[in-house]
Design a protein around this ligand. Structure first.
Ligand SMILES: Cc1cc2nc3c(=O)[nH]c(=O)nc-3n(C[C@H](O)[C@H](O)[C@H](O)COP(=O)(O)O)c2cc1C
Length: 205
C-alpha cells in the first residue's frame, strides 16, 4: 500500500494519553503540516494556539461543560430551531460530557491546539481550519503521536471567557480543537470503526 494511504487508513482517534509532554520542536512540525493545508484564496486565515498548560485546558473544558449544561436545560425549545439537536447521538454525546467530573472534553491531554481564524468574515475559514487540522493529525500520526478532533469544543467558538483565558482578540473565532499526545493504545492500526462503503459514491460520467 502507498505510504500515504497507509498513514490515512491507520490513524485512529485516541482519548487516553500518557502524561508525557510532546517536545516543542515536534509541536512546531505538526503546525508546519497545518500551515501547508490549502485555503480558500490562499488566505491562510489560521492562528494556532498551542496549549500545554493543564490548568488552562481544564478551565476550557469547564467552559464547554457549562455551555453544554445550559443547552441541555433548554433543549426542548432549542430542538425546534436546530435540527442537530434532534439527533439522539449528538444529545447522547452532550449528556455523556456532563455525566462525570473527568475531563470528557479534552481527555487530560498534554497538548491542545486550537485553530482560530483571524479575520472578520471569511466564509471559508472553518473549512480551511478543518483541512489544516487533518494535515496536523496525519502528520502527528506519522510520528506515532495520537490525536482526536474535538467538535464539542465548538462551544468555545464565540466564548469571551475562553478567548480571555488564551489571550485571543475578540474578533477571532475558534474554529477547531485537536488534542495530541502519546497514547497507551499506541497509534498503530487497531480496530477501525466501520467505514461506510455503500451508497456514498455516485458517478456522473
Ligand atoms: C467534526 C468532528 C467532531 C468530533 N468531535 C469529537 C468530540 O467532541 N469528542 C471526541 O471524543 N471525538 C470527536 N471526534 C472524533 C470522532 O468520534 C472520530 O473521528 C470517529 O469516531 C471515527 O473514528 P476515527 O477517527 O478513529 O477514525 C470528532 C470528529 C470530527 C471529524
Amino acid at each position: 500500500m502507498n505510504h500515504i494511504m497507509a498513514n490515512i487508513k491507520s490513524r485512529r482517534s485516541r482519548r487516553v494519553f500518557f502524561d508525557k509532554a510532546i517536545p516543542d520542536g515536534i509541536i512546531e512540525e505538526i503546525i508546519e503540516a497545518g500551515r501547508y493545508a490549502p485555503s480558500a484564496l490562499n488566505k491562510q486565515p489560521w492562528k494556532f494556539i498551542v496549549i500545554t498548560n493543564k490548568d488552562v485546558i481544564k478551565r476550557l473544558s469547564g467552559i464547554v461543560k457549562e455551555k453544554t449544561l445550559k443547552i441541555t436545560r433548554v433543549l426542548p425549545i432549542l430542538k425546534l430551531f436546530k435540527a442537530a439537536l434532534r439527533d439522539p447521538q449528538i444529545i447522547g454525546a452532550m449528556k455523556k460530557t456532563l455525566s462525570t467530573d473527568d475531563d470528557t472534553v479534552f481527555y487530560k491531554v498534554p497538548l491542545l491546539i486550537l485553530i482560530a481564524s483571524d479575520k472578520g468574515r471569511n466564509p471559508f475559514a472553518s473549512k480551511d481550519c478543518a483541512l489544516a487540522s487533518q494535515n496536523m493529525m496525519l502528520y502527528a500520526h506519522s510520528l506515532s503521536i495520537s490525536s482526536c478532533f474535538i467538535g464539542r469544543a465548538d462551544f468555545l467558538m464565540m466564548s469571551k471567557a475562553a478567548k480571555d483565558i488564551i489571550g485571543l482578540p475578540p474578533r477571532h473565532t475558534i474554529q477547531a480543537a485537536i488534542v495530541f499526545g502519546y497514547s497507551p493504545e499506541g497509534d498503530g492500526p487497531q480496530s477501525t470503526p466501520e467505514r461506510r462503503r455503500d451508497n456514498i459514491i455516485s458517478w456522473v460520467r
